[in-house]
Write a protein that binds this ligand. Structure first.
Ligand code: F6R
Length: 248
């Protein structure tokens, strides 16, 4: 694993956006797996700045969202479709024709998971997967205990994940209880992975990963079995606080 330790989120976002920019420059038809949440927002903003400044054409890339809440319409401000649209496609003036996102309002969610997995295969799999990590170690919405061989599936979100994401909603009760997530085996098939972590609340999963552990208790540790991972991590996410409180 290539570990890049940086001072703060600003530097993390600068490094990550530069990596993404170069990858897209080298392969204008890149299939980019995209994470949502708080971690990569500035990374997308900086990527958009770089792309516009260089007049790079992103119209041929495909983005593959990692996950989507069940029960939110695409137009809902907290849906992950809306997130990637407003952070990437809209500021670049691109139509989201090549944005793959699970459909969280499907009448048949199991069928939707199968369809989504096939749609990733159809575009040739993910070239570069951008990942954040949950404080309980989840990647995508693969919560602790998810089998490593999992494909795209339906998940019940843990209380700690709903609590962590409550900051994006007015009330915690509004955080959906279920989501569709790309599975761990799908993530592991990506040709390379760029993992971002910032903030002391990520220190436990980051340290589990860096110890070289591999186990379902901390899903992120599966990345120790991937041949091409770059971790861009802030210093505070590397330091374990003695009294760090987490639940799963
Ligand atoms: C989001 C996702 C999640 C987040 C994780 C961290 O698409 O897949 O795994 O990366 O929950 O979230 P933040 O960045 O908000 O701390």
């Amino acid at each position: 694993m290539n570990v890049i330790a940086v001072d703060d989120k600003q530097e993390m976002s600068e490094k990550a956006s530069a990596i993404l920019f170069n990858e897209i420059k080298q392969n204008p038809e890149l299939v980019l797996g995209v994470a949502t949440g708080g971690t990569p927002t500035d990374t997308y903003d900086k990527l958009v700045e770089k792309v516009l400044a260089a007049s790079l054409d992103l119209s041929k890339i495909t983005t593959v969202n990692l996950d989507e809440y069940v029960g939110l319409a695409r137009e809902h401000e907290e849906s992950y479709w809306y997130y990637i649209y407003t952070h990437l496609y809209e500021p670049l003036g691109l139509s989201p024709d090549r944005a793959l996102v699970p459909y969280g309002l499907s009448d048949d969610l199991q069928e939707e998971c199968i369809r989504y997995e096939k749609s990733i295969e159809k575009v040739g799999g993910i070239d570069l997967q951008l990942l954040g990590v949950g404080r309980n170690g989840h990647i995508g919405f693969n919560e602790p205990g998810t089998p490593f061989e999992s494909k795209t599936h339906l998940v019940e979100l843990t209380d700690s994940t709903r609590q962590a994401n409550a900051r994006f909603f007015e009330h915690k009760e509004e955080v959906p209880t279920r989501a569709i997530t790309v599975g761990i085996s799908t993530i592991m098939k990506s040709r390379s992975i760029l993992l971002l972590a910032s903030g002391e609340e990520k220190a436990e999963p980051v340290n589990a990963l860096l110890r070289g552990d591999v186990g379902e208790k901390w899903p992120v540790t599966v990345l120790n079995q991937h041949p091409s991972v770059t971790l861009v991590v802030t210093k505070d996410a590397l330091e374990i606080e003695e009294d760090l409180d987490h639940d799963q």
